[in-house]
Design a protein around this ligand. Sequence first.
Ligand code: AVJ
Ligand code: FE
Length: 436
Amino acid sequence: AGTVDPEVLRERAVASLVVARERTTLLTSCVEEPDLTAQHSPLMSPLVWDLAHIGNQEEQWLLRAVAGHEAIRPEIDGLYDAFEHPRAERPNLPLLSPAEARAYAADVRGRALDVLESHAFHGTRLTEAGFAFGMIAQHEQQHDETMLITHQLRTGPQALTAPDPEPAPLFTGPSEVLVPGGPFTMGTSGEPWALDNERPAHRREVAPFRIDTTPVTNGAYQAFIEDGGYDDPRWWAADGWAHIRGHGIDAPLFWRRDGKQFLRRRFGVTEVVPPDEPVLHVCWYEADAYARWAGRRLPTEAEWEKAARYDPAGDRSMRYPWGDAEPGPEHANLGQRHLRPAPAGSYPAGESPLGVRQLIGDVWEWTASDFLPYPGFKAFPYKEYSEVFFGPEYKVLRGGSFAVDAVACRGTFRNWDYPIRRQIFSGFRTARSEGV
Ligand code: AVJ
Ligand code: FE
């Protein structure tokens, strides 16, 4: 992966930026202006903040840092600095209007494509293999996922539609897969656009374990609810128990009981919860409690990555479960192509050599692990991307959801959030140590 032709990377950079902007444009034009400036949840920014922040990050990294340009509008930097203003405060800032934010982001993009056209893809670490361009395409796609979360939290009529995933026959394969013990290579040093927290590649010893073939489904999760799972402190971490009792949480976010069944609200539509789909909108505490109830546990981050990347035949780690090829629609549910996870057991072409399915796409998967640096970690290009978040307050999620684009999803990609968060497109699968 470290030897990809610079011209191929240049084309990939242009294509990734264009794809991201198409999605950003859709997410910020499918609702009327009041829905762009409103705050739909204190957990989220107004959509118009994300839009201008996308442009501002692009200006800072591609125009100023890479190309040495002067700031276009230096006075707005503070408004769009995620560390200066918590999300809850952002609607009260003197933000650019939707029209101004669109014009600003488009202006930056025009100049960034000129820089991309003319700039050498080597020299500094920032431009090596087009890293800065890949980083900015990933940043925009991450905010496109964030904006989709805002759309899900918004109440009101449906604004977004997408075709459903292919229906899949009920998955009848083995419910779990044995991953052999032994060392494997975790993280990457050669993936050109891997972010700082995915680096460097290093050896990890993993004891043999078994992992669910597919993510945990709504139907399985419903059995936990029906069994009184939310009323039994035995299954819950102490702080998780305090949290769910304190907040009256008794089902995944967006679910509502309707007699014997559950309904859920999904992008403005209320529907019966589909039993065969991976469960979505659960927090880490809910995932952890379900696993304990099931006599299992969450996989560690290293176990997850070994299940996703390890190829026993070649005794090596691959870029994705299916090999080294870029994700295609046959491999995984990515890129907001569908606005829901695909049924458990979908995407046989995307399965790992050991037979684990849907590791990439569909739902972010909570792991047991805290977000910590790998041995040899170096913050790049800024400490606020990852380093300031390392520590026990954040849990790692892996694999990406239907809402994340392929450019921001890999076998090594790491996401993190607080263990109480569930507005994100989060699910999980469970594991158990071999011989337990
Ligand atoms: C990696 C999803 C936790 O949204 O806070 C966006 C990504 N970093 N802008 C976040 C990110 C800077 C980040 N997560
Ligand atoms: Fe950001």
